[in-house]
Design a protein around this ligand. Structure first.
Ligand SMILES: C=C1C[C@]23C[C@@]1(O)CC[C@H]2[C@]1(C)CCC[C@@](C)(C(=O)O)[C@H]1[C@@H]3C(=O)O
Ligand SMILES: O=C(O)CCC(=O)C(=O)O
Ligand SMILES: [Fe+2]
Length: 369
């Protein structure tokens, strides 16, 4: 299966997704209409997915029953569908509220202002309004702002600097909040990596050490109301190519996870973070833990927002499972560097539910050529 070669910007139509206009439109352009089999069946709301939340504070208490509960729950969830939620995570609720507030400010700005941070072709940072200059069909009904976070000591202000350089002095507060939020997400990711390592029965610090100098992506998602919410999707069905996603959604609802051959809604819970395994961690676990298939639906009344932190290893780290997860099993995926997988998703292939398989095939062809 040859990877889908993405159309160059010049080949796609000059459609511009201005949410302030589109959210009132009853006649949505065909590029936003998804194929029948992918359209959400809003008339029959999906059943909620009940996965007991993991109490992180209890896990780190070291109390044997709490540790075994947490590792058992996370092991079962990750082997089945790659989705769980964490409570008592230690992230300051004021910081979370601040992040939601500044997200409202940013996406309420006129399109021209937001386009100061316009994402360029092949780049993963910047502002995008539905990727109209990236894809020519099945366009997602959303605006996004993505930026890089690095835990490397030499990059201690990378997020703050991004906003200052791209959006100017007026955004210094914005940059500070996002910098602090990413630092909190990085810390939480490493705690969860310790939980995942323990649950897989390997050295507790193995994955924490692998991601301590992580080079991750923060994405702010904004889903405007849509007058035909049954025809389109905020984010189409996909597995995140990254390692681990820590997501905080507002109270509107719209995130769905595919489990047991059907979509399940994830009820918003402001005290919890939604956590899902991505392709890169699935490869790192030699396929033992599943990359979570999920999507986001929209509605015709209320905008929805989510903050997604995509944990990723340092660009030059080789993604290779620990010996303990290979010695009694065959290798499921080739060694690769995150930098080349990321480039594959930005320049050669629109991430979906088969991205890692398509990348593995692409890698083999690249090696032969
Ligand atoms: C590495 C990435 C590519 C996408 C952002 C992310 O950081 C992790 C999720 C990926 C994505 C959301 C999966 C669905 C398709 C996509 C094009 C999107 O709808 O935004 C993906 C992101 C991308 O910009 O390529
Ligand atoms: O907004 C959501 O709930 C999901 C977003 C998502 O899956 C993503 O950005 O990868
Ligand atoms: Fe996702």
């Amino acid at each position: 299966m040859a990877p889908v070669i993405l159309p160059s910007p010049l080949e796609t139509n000059p459609l511009v997704f201005d949410a302030s206009i589109f959210q009132k439109e009853t006649n949505i352009p065909s590029q936003f209409v998804w194929p029948d089999h992918e359209q959400p069946r809003l008339e029959t709301p999906p059943p909620p997915l009940t996965v007991p939340p993991i109490d992180l504070k209890a896990f780190f208490s070291g109390e044997p029953l709490s540790v075994s509960n947490a590792t058992r729950l996370v092991n079962s969830a990750c082997q089945q569908h790659g989705f769980f939620q964490v409570l008592n995570h230690g992230v300051d609720s004021n910081l979370i509220n601040e992040a939601h507030k500044i997200m409202n400010i940013f996406f309420a700005m006129p399109l021209m202002e937001k386009q100061k941070a316009q994402r360029m072709f092949g780049e993963y940072c910047g502002y995008a309004s539905s990727f109209t200059n990236r894809f020519s069909s099945k366009l997602p009904w959303k605006e996004t702002l993505s930026f890089r976070y690095s835990a490397h000591p030499n990059c201690s202000n990378i997020v703050q600097d991004y906003f200052l350089n791209v959006m100017g002095e007026d955004f210094s507060d914005f940059g500070r909040v996002c910098q602090e939020y990413c630092e909190a997400m990085s810390k939480l990711s490493l705690d969860i990596m310790e939980l995942l390592g323990t649950s897989l029965g390997i050295e507790r610090s193995h994955f924490r050490d692998f991601y301590k100098d992580n080079d991750s992506i923060m994405r702010l998602n904004y889903y405007p109301p849509c007058q035909k919410p049954d025809l389109t999707l905020g984010t189409g069905p996909h597995c995140d190519p990254t390692s681990l996603t820590i997501l905080h959604q507002d109270d509107v609802g719209g995130l769905e996870v595919y489990v047991d051959e059907k979509w399940h809604s994830i009820a918003p819970c402001s005290e919890a973070f939604v956590v899902n395994i991505g392709d890169t961690f699935m490869a790192l676990s030699n396929g033992l833990y599943k990359s979570c298939l999920h999507r986001a639906v929209v509605n015709n009344q209320t905008p929805r927002k989510s903050l997604a932190f995509f944990l990723s290893p340092n660009m030059d780290k080789v993604v290779r499972p620990p010996k303990a997860l290979v010695e009694n099993y065959r290798r499921m995926y080739p060694d690769f560097k995150w930098s080349s997988f990321l480039e594959f998703t930005q320049k050669h292939y629109r991430a979906d539910m088969k991205t890692l398989d398509a990348f593995s095939i692409w890698l083999q062809k690249e090696l032969k050529s």
